[in-house]
Design a protein around this ligand. Structure first.
Ligand SMILES: [Zn+2]
Length: 471
């Protein structure tokens, strides 16, 4: 306990010693400092004030409060959500708190379970105090999307965690933010009517501008140079494309200080490339539309802290046991506050490597790396699976590459699809094959396939590895 109190004092002192002192917007005329926020901003700050403290709690203290919240969620689901009635029957009447032993006995929830359950996952009683609901469709790259209902409460926690990220990364609220992603029709129609959101809730922040990832990349680059944003938000693979094209055209977004990435795994190569070419840091976030913000990068470090105040994240091995630091397992998520579609032990399909406790002193659990979808795996002829470590392959340094995709055919061989700047020499082709051996640790049969473009999935994401050998 002593340690955590000490840690908190140190961090407050460090914050005071830096120039980072953003002032919230005040809702009362004539009062500027300390500001008196109004409306929804008040609630966002009330949550944030608690997050400021809870980040320094011990892992045990965090887990204790998580289980208090989970007990509420599980009891509600058992009583009021048809899908969970049988699954969670034993918890419906209990007033006592859930234990971690109880928790491990709750069955996992797969994507197919959600699709099959349909409206059975919707509570049969009104949740008025949680505000109006809206439907979120996940951007699954294959198959049917999953539909989940969210509400004002989940949006409120999303706003508070987004603000925590801004504060952790000490973002300058006066700068402009540019977002390049697959834009939804709702967002596009919102932009047409001139309703552009502030990018930082509760602060008077600079404008946020948007562009669809399907626009011509050269046009998007010129737009970035012209608009001079301080921050860019986009997919990691798209950032790689932008940097390489900017290099060809001799362009550079001069005022850019940070790129916030989402939606796909980030490689160490990309972080280094962005730092070297654009003098901008990459800050990754791990979130999912149906769950919200799950993990944020620790300030000044490349690993992530689980946002335990909003979600329970489990990393489980093949036997369903929690992974230890250094081990890789399936990500299983339970958003703590979504009573509109409770997702209890949801297997999202991504993998992660558990990290050791962080030196920063925060008690929030550490994830060293998110490895993306099971689709980043290949199947071995012997029956096992292997991860593709794209950043270890060196492929991007060997050949003049714009884009690539690894497709494993049902007969286990690999097709390396390449979008290249010029034809490769025989030596380069050989190096590319060797890179595949390094990336997989196995001697797969590799066929090189030159293509003009690799289409993005409907979600806007680019799948780097696809295996047709895995069922
Ligand atoms: Zn940390």
């Amino acid at each position: 306990m002593q340690f955590h109190v000490q840690g908190r004092i140190n961090v407050i002192w460090q914050a005071a010693a830096s120039d980072f002192a953003p002032l919230p917007s005040s809702g009362v005329p004539g009062i500027v400092w300390p500001a008196i926020p109004k409306g929804r901003d008040t609630e966002t700050f009330a949550i944030l004030a608690q997050l400021e403290m809870s980040q320094w709690w011990s892992p045990e203290a965090l887990q204790r409060q998580q289980f208090r919240q989970l007990s509420e969620l599980v009891r509600f689901a058992a009583r009021s959500v048809p899908f969970y009635r049988r699954r969670l029957a034993q918890f419906g009447k209990q007033a006592r708190n859930l234990t971690s032993a109880d928790w491990r006995n709750i069955p996992l929830l797969n994507r197919a379970d959600i699709q099959d359950a349909g409206t059975e996952l919707t509570p049969n009683r009104s949740l008025q105090p949680h505000g109006e609901t809206h439907i979120v469709k996940t951007s699954g790259s294959t198959g049917e999307p999953v539909k989940v209902r969210c509400n004002a409460v989940t949006s409120q926690f999303h706003a508070a965690l987004t603000l925590r990220d801004h504060i952790w990364q000490q973002r300058d609220f006066s700068r402009k933010v540019a977002m390049v992603r697959r834009l939804s029709t709702e967002l596009v129609s919102g932009l047409e009517t001139g309703k552009v959101a502030r990018w930082a809730a509760a602060y008077s922040s600079g404008p946020m501008i948007f562009r669809d990832v399907r626009e011509l990349i050269d046009d998007t680059l010129r737009w970035l140079v012209r608009e001079e944003p301080g921050y860019l938000m986009t997919y990691p693979t798209y950032l790689g494309e932008l940097i390489s094209r900017a290099n060809d055209l001799g362009l550079k977004p001069e005022r850019l200080r940070e790129v916030t990435t989402f939606g796909e795994p980030v490689t160490d190569d990309l972080r280094a490339l962005c730092r070297d070419r654009w003098a901008a840091t990459v800050v990754d976030t791990y979130s999912a539309q149906e769950v919200g913000i799950v993990a944020l990068q620790c300030p000044g470090r490349d690993h992530y802290h689980v946002q335990s105040e909003g979600v329970l994240l489990e990393v489980l091995d093949d036997a369903g046991r929690p992974c230890e630091p250094g081990e890789i397992g399936r990500v299983v998520l339970t958003p703590l506050h979504n009573f509109a579609t409770p997702l209890i032990r949801y297997v999202i399909g991504d993998y992660a490597e558990v990290g050791a406790p962080c030196e920063c002193g925060r008690g929030l659990p550490v994830i060293r790396k998110f490895l993306g979808r099971a689709m980043n795996m290949l199947k071995l002829p012997s029956g096992g699976h292997v991860w593709v470590a794209v950043s270890d392959s060196g492929l991007e340094k060997i050949v003049p590459l714009r884009h690539f995709q690894i497709v494993q055919l049902p007969n286990f061989s690999l097709r390396l699809k390449l979008v290249v700047e010029r034809a490769l020499s025989e030596d380069e082709e050989l190096l590319a094959r060797h890179a595949m051996t390094r990336a997989t640790g196995h001697e797969f049969d590799v066929q090189l396939d030159y293509v003009d473009a690799i289409p993005r999935a409907t979600s806007g994401k680019l799948e780097v590895v696809i295996s047709e050998a895995i069922d």
